[in-house]
Structures are given as structure tokens and as C-alpha cells.
Design a protein around this ligand. Structure first.
Ligand SMILES: [Zn+2]
Length: 264
């Protein structure tokens, strides 16, 4: 899928988690629902850091271009080192290492540990990065074009600052789910993991599938491209994605948000 569909599916997924949390008697305060949905929308773009044309690789100027090159080389090296007898030859790292459940969990864990150890500036950094991505993903058409990079960064920095202040107020959810002292913002890693997994699922629906199970082997393949039967797959950016999936994500997100806030 392309950026906007990935972001929307990420936001909808977190709103669904909000509904589930409300049903399980751990309701999210509205700031957790909102911030989580935005982080998840941003995190749902992150696995494509292995592709230089992807939104994330163009969102942070030279920093992300440089990171993208490193991630692509690292992914390719890991692919070559671990490929099974049934895995095809490849020429680059796109849709390999960063498109696995292990990567999702790793990035989420790094965010959670950063949030509880670096505290304020750690939380702000996580919020800033994901706000930039969420703005690029959800407002894709408006934010398109490199001239608006600085504006997007300013908007993301301001909203990160405001959202962190709101979350810090008592009762607003800094300690949602993890309530022991010192565990504030431990939950920030959850929308990060979820966003990456939702991205992988979205890619699995497309023609080439997604090796989300790595390093668990399937038959002779260690990078088995998970996906539905061939006839049910679509091309990234096709009408199915724009005219069917995106409206469905919006409706599901709306229903999830209403259930999470106990409106329905
Ligand atoms: Zn992808």
C-alpha cells in the first residue's frame, strides 16, 4: 500500500485497540486515544525506511536519506546471510528486515525504553518523529513537495510539545496501562509496534506479499512472503486501495473511536 492508506490503517488500528481496552475495563483517557492514533499512523510508514522513494525516507531531509541507505544495506546483508534454500535471489533490501514482526517489536521496545529512561526529551523526540510521519501520511496531498518540509517539522514540533503537556496532566494517561511509579509512557511503544505490524499486513495484501514471519521458516523459505491467495491481492496504489480500503479504514476508525470513548 501507499503512504496515506498505511497511515489511515494505523490510526484505525489504534482506535480499535481503544475500543478493546474500553471493553476490557482499561479505558484510554482521550489524550492516549488521540496520541496513540497519531503515533500509530506515523509508525505505519516506518517499515518503508528501506526504500528511498518512501515517505519516511524523504521526511527528515539528509538524516532520513542517510538512514535509509544504511537500513537498505543492513536489510540486504541480513537477507543474504539468513536466506533459506527456497528464498529467491534479490538485488536490494526492500521489504525484508524492516517488514518483520521482530523489527516491529524491536523498534517498539526501543521507544518504550527511551520514554522511561530519557523521560521528557525522550517522549518529545518520539512524538516529534511520529507527528512528522503522521502529517506526511494523513495529509499526504497537502504536505507533498519538499518545500514544505520545514513547515511540517514546525507543525510536528509544536503539536508534540502541546500533546506532551496535555498527557502530563494528572488523569490524562501518562500512566495508562502501566501504573507503577517510573513506568509513565511505557505504553508509547505499543502504537509503534502496532503501526509496523499493520504496515506489514497492508503490504501482505499486495502482489508481492510480506515476509512478516522472519526468522521463522515456512517450508524451504525463511523469508516466506505471507499473503492471501494470488487472486485476492492488489497492486499498491490501485483503485481497491483508494476507493475501498481507505473509506473502510475511516469508518472502522470512527466506530473504534466512538466505542473507545463510550459514545456507543
Ligand atoms: Zn512496506
Amino acid at each position: 500500500m501507499m503512504g496515506p492508506a498505511h497511515s489511515l490503517s494505523g490510526a484505525a488500528a489504534w482506535l480499535g485497540v481503544g475500543a478493546a481496552a474500553a471493553a476490557a475495563d482499561r479505558p484510554m483517557p482521550w489524550p492516549v486515544l488521540l496520541v496513540g492514533a497519531l503515533i500509530c499512523a506515523g509508525a505505519a510508514l516506518a517499515p518503508d525506511l528501506d526504500h528511498k522513494a518512501a515517505t519516511i525516507s524523504r521526511s527528515f531531509g539528509p538524516v532520513s536519506r542517510w538512514l535509509c541507505e544504511i537500513v537498505d544495506k543492513l536489510s540486504y546483508a541480513v537477507y543474504k546471510a539468513t536466506k533459506g534454500p527456497g528464498d529467491p535471489r534479490r538485488s536490494g533490501g526492500h521489504r525484508t528486515l524492516t517488514h518483520t514482526w521482530l523489527w516491529a517489536v524491536l523498534i517498539g521496545a526501543i521507544c518504550s525504553v527511551t520514554a522511561i529512561t530519557v523521560e521528557r526529551w525522550g517522549v518529545l523526540a518520539i512524538l516529534f518523529v511520529h507527528m512528522v510521519l503522521a502529517i506526511e501520511g494523513l495529509l499526504w496531498r497537502a504536505a507533498r513537495g519538499s518545500s514544505s518540509d520545514v513547515l511540517v517539522w514546525l507543525l510536528a514540533a509544536t503539536s508534540a510539545w502541546i500533546l506532551a503537556d496535555i498527557l502530563d496532566q494528572p488523569g490524562n494517561g501518562a500512566d495508562w496501562l502501566f501504573t507503577a511509579p517510573g513506568q509513565e509512557y511505557l505504553w508509547l511503544g505499543l502504537p509503534v509496534v502496532l503501526g509496523a505490524l499493520v504496515h506489514d499486513l497492508g503490504d501482505a495484501l499486495t502482489v508481492s506479499g510480506c515476509p512478516v514471519l522472519w526468522p521463522i521458516p515456512v517450508g524451504r523459505k525463511r523469508w516466506y512472503p505471507v499473503g492471501p491467495p494470488k487472486g485476492m491481492r492488489f497492486r499498491a496504489g490501485s483503485w481497491v486501495e483508494l476507493k475501498v480500503l481507505m473509506p473502510v479504514f475511516m469508518v472502522l476508525g470512527g466506530v473504534g473511536a466512538a466505542a473507545a470513548l463510550n459514545v456507543i
